[in-house]
Write a protein that binds this ligand. Sequence first.
Ligand code: GDP
Length: 366
Amino acid sequence: MDNIQHPENDSCYRSLNVNQGPDKQPPVVNPYMKRVRRKPLPSAGELVEGILKGDISVLSRAVTLIESLNPQHQTVAQEVIEKCLPYSGNSRRIGITGVPGAGKSTSIDVFGLHVLRDGGKLAVLAIDPSSERTKGSILGDKTRMEKLSQHPSAFIRPSPSAGSLGGVARKTRETIVLCEAAGFDNIFVETVGVGQSETAVHSMVDFFLLIQLAGTGDELQGIKRGIMEMADGIVINKADGDNIDRARLAQAQFRSALHLFPPTASGWQPEVLTYSGYFELGISEVWDMIDRYFAFVKENGYFERRRLEQARYWMYETINERLRDHFYSNPVVEQMLGEKELRVLANKQSSFTAARDVLDAYFNKM
Ligand code: GDP
């Protein structure tokens, strides 16, 4: 019993005896064992240089820093973004959404090859809020886009997985800047069409494509009105085989539903098309529509206006996100919130005075 201070040496653990370990660790005896060295953190200058040359491995490294929670990585990442900003903006940013099973990955595979047929470079990014729970994202996964993932001019990056939807979306927004600086002139941002993430994607793209399915009988009911209102184009996938008629019917229903919506800010009348991603039917029609849209909004000035509005939106979003994080990670706040919540739930205090007390405590500490 030479280590009686150790709690497990207490008499209640009579069969346990914890001995003191050696003071010094012996040297490694396995001569084949290689110590894993962490790659040194590159400087912002080195990263920017690689990105501007279009070096994909440097770009990936920089994106990893954007996604990292390590403050040192964040400092380098922010400097890289700042330096890449003057070289960014030169791309078509296209948001693609649809419920799971709508055919997003099949479609992105063929859409991607279609836009790359005349050269250029394509980045496929994703925003997947569900990855928060599953600790890993399926969207943007290379295995889902078999042909595109082998294309030398395509860069596919799954959704950042850590943090709130706002945080995940901000990281994707920042990744766009780096991709553009690396010469990617088409950016797809994919998301699952089931919740808030569409709003986040909509706030970072020029064109928003909604992929729908026909033949479920309740075409218009399952879709949130808000998502339809954001769409610049609605495309009904799987218009093949005996599904063609149903797809056409859904197209007519969507068209008439869109007429009930107020005019869009861009002045563009959203179009509804049918296609088949799997059988590659109607793909060029979808891209003709997107080309027409870009020509239209560049001509009437809406393209620039929307990008400026988005830049402003992201400034406030970033401020809001940082403030929220700072507040909720404050230890005093954390402790008080637990106590106050119990009091509110037990009807001992009103929500408002409880909130006021926590906020007062927070602000007084500033
Ligand atoms: P995601 O979950 O939205 O990414 O959808 P996927 O691309 O994984 O497609 C879901 C399923 O629908 C897969 O089994 C595809 O093979 C199938 N699918 C996708 N596009 C089409 C299409 O155009 N026609 C038909 N018949 N099936 C398709």
